[in-house]
Write a protein that binds this ligand. Structure first.
Ligand code: SF4
Length: 447
């Protein structure tokens, strides 16, 4: 699920060892600007009439996992029993019912649906069925263009995959991360490569429209040889899309705790240049196999058919009704995040209240910058699109930043196109900080 990085390593360090901290940008402005005192702005939105022209997405967060991965920075629970999980689902559905009854959401249908975590596939078949039946009652999905579901391969068996297909999932996202069992084990992953193979083949036979696999470049103990082997296995599997992340080591991970205990500054993972080289190698191998690089993290087999409705809609400012602990939503121009711990979250819902912890009401400028930087992750943007939508020309607004990018070989402007080079694309998250508004620009090189 989305996160924003509040403490990136300095660019100088970033060219070498991986240190604790992160800089991946999944939203804007950064979370540190979202505040509890802005929550009333969301409550005001909910009292407004439903808009006619804003697509609505629905997100439900499932914070349970079989094991905590050493690189995980989410709040996850690995010790909850069936009755606690049922109580959590009940709370989530009570929350969704309260939102759905508001004037702003009442009667609207979902354009896209997303189950994230944690591990949504940790739920049992009856839990999944009950959850989704109830969700559909509150916000119908019958017209949804995409229903996406994150799954951990080791939690999937044939019955569960059939149930996931049955509830209407169109995009199954498998958290594979790597194919080497020693790497999976030493990084704390619960699954092994044999489970990936079995789950993938059965999912394929069930006819999911879009199967995506996630890989991570730079897990502990990875090597050139093992990474090449993992890429070859992923190519051989032939998923519709592959998402590749570069390993970061945020402060709330097990890896960082270990570093701290040992007094180490450098994380025991590959340096940034190696991680970028590994992603670049993967891109080249997938391109040879007929895939297209469609963003800094994705390759897609058939870009005309395979879409990322959730990502693209959100980046363009869609509404997102987000329920569940720690989840991030966006309604009527107001970003919000729920309580991050299950205790306060359940207490709020039990007391018939929203469980929102903090919010941020985006200005016109915030929205312009947000969409511009998020879309830059796709590798190219058209300034005229932003002129039409926001009345702002990125070429004028970001002249110095674009000059800097060109000078460093990260990108160039040709006519109505700002395009990143491969080198720029591989470190896009670092570059994005350069485009932040001055009040949000804590880590930019160009100021
Ligand atoms: S499966 Fe994902 S959410 Fe769960 S512990 Fe691992 S990284 Fe965290």
């Amino acid at each position: 699920m989305s996160n924003i990085l509040e403490a990136p390593p300095t660019p100088e360090k970033e060219h070498h060892a991986t240190e604790a901290g992160n800089y991946f940008v999944s939203n804007y402005p950064p979370f540190s600007f979202w505040k509890p005192e802005f929550v009333p702005a969301l409550e005001r939105v909910l009292q407004q009439p439903a808009p006619k022209d804003i697509p609505l997405g629905v997100y439900f967060h499932i914070p349970f996992c079989r094991k905590r991965c050493h690189f995980c920075y989410f709040k996850v629970y690995t010790d909850k029993n069936a009755s606690e999980i049922r109580a959590y689902i009940n709370a989530g559905m009570k929350e969704m019912a309260k939102f759905a009854a508001s004037p702003y959401l009442n009667g609207r249908k979902a354009h896209f649906v997303y189950f994230g975590g944690g591990t949504p596939s940790y739920l049992s078949v009856p839990q999944l069925q009950e959850l989704t039946d109830r969700m559909k009652d509150y916000i119908p999905w019958d017209e949804a263009e995409e229903v996406a579901f994150e799954a951990e391969p080791g939690t999937l068996n044939e019955k569960k995959l059939e149930a996931i297909r049955e509830i209407g999932v169109t995009r199954l996202s498998l958290g594979v991360e790597h194919f080497d069992d020693h790497i999976l084990e030493s990084n704390g992953r619960a699954h092994r490569s044999g489970e990936v193979d079995r789950a993938y083949r059965f999912a394929r036979s069930l006819g999911f429209e879009h199967i995506n696999i996630d890989l991570i470049a730079g897990m502990m103990n990875d090597t050139d040889e093992k990474w090449k082997d993992a890429v070859a296995k992923a190519v051989q599997l032939g998923p519709d899309a592959v998402t590749i992340y570069q390993m970061e080591v945020p402060y709330n991970t097990g890896i960082y705790q270990q570093m701290k205990a040992e007094g180490k500054v450098t994380a025991p993972v590959a340096d940034w240049e190696t991680k970028r080289a590994w992603v670049s190698y993967a891109f080249d191998e997938f391109v040879k196999a007929g895939y297209t690089v469609t963003s800094a993290y994705t390759v897609v087999k058939d870009p005309n058919r395979v879409k990322f409705v959730y990502r693209d809609s959100l980046w363009e400012g869609a509404d997102l009704l987000s329920c569940g602990v720690a989840s991030f939503g966006h309604l009527g121009g107001v970003h919000y995040q729920n309580q991050a711990d299950v205790g306060p979250y359940m207490q709020a819902v039990d007391a018939d209240k929203f469980a929102i912890y903090r919010a941020y009401e985006a200005t016109h400028d915030d929205r312009f910058v947000r969409e511009f930087i998020l879309k830059l992750k796709l590798g190219s943007v058209h300034p005229s699109y932003f002129v039409n939508k926001f009345g702002e020309d990125p070429l004028k607004r970001f002249g110095p930043q674009l000059d800097y990018m060109a000078k460093e070989g990260f990108g160039h402007v040709t006519g109505d196109k700002i395009e990143l080079t491969r080198d720029g694309l591989l470190q896009v998250d670092k570059l994005l900080h350069e485009f932040f508004l001055p009040q949000h620009r804590q880590y930019a090189r160009y100021t």
